[in-house]
Design a protein around this ligand. Sequence first.
Ligand code: ZN
Ligand code: ZN
Length: 177
Amino acid sequence: MSASLPFFRYHPDPLASGSIRAAAETCACCKRNRGWIYTATFYTAHEVNGRFCPWCISDGSAAERFAGEFTDSYGLDGVSEEVLHEVTRRTPGFHAWQDPHWLVHCQDAAAFVGEVGYTELAAHPEALDQLGTDMRLDGWHDENQLEHFLTHLGDGATAMLFRCTVCGTHLAYADAS
Ligand SMILES: [Zn+2]
Ligand SMILES: [Zn+2]
């Protein structure tokens, strides 16, 4: 069934991430029951009675009708206007403790893979290294504390894993309540 869902370049598996789920629910935009519904963030000043189907996300109609965005543009630096619009207005967001944001690599938005713990993150050493480096820059100067935080990801705090759409490198940021 999922083969018929629209493809999202910057969020290729929204079923795995839980952003889109099977549901017999009427879409707040097209008013049709398509069998699938979007469950994550949408920012708008308008009142929206219900949730959206993946098709109204993909073609931009939900974002346009309600003048909203699925993801904040925070962090999307150095990408083209076109990419910025595709990520914020035509790509499903995801569930996170803090406001979700997108990572950038090779001057393009990266594709969101999912929320992961240490084991899954360690399978991509480059992402683990990059996250550690970012956290040191953020003020984590105690290496033991940093090591403890990273190895306990998945137990409280988690990592949001992305994959560069150009070079394939994995990258991540940490999310905590
Ligand atoms: Zn719809
Ligand atoms: Zn890259």
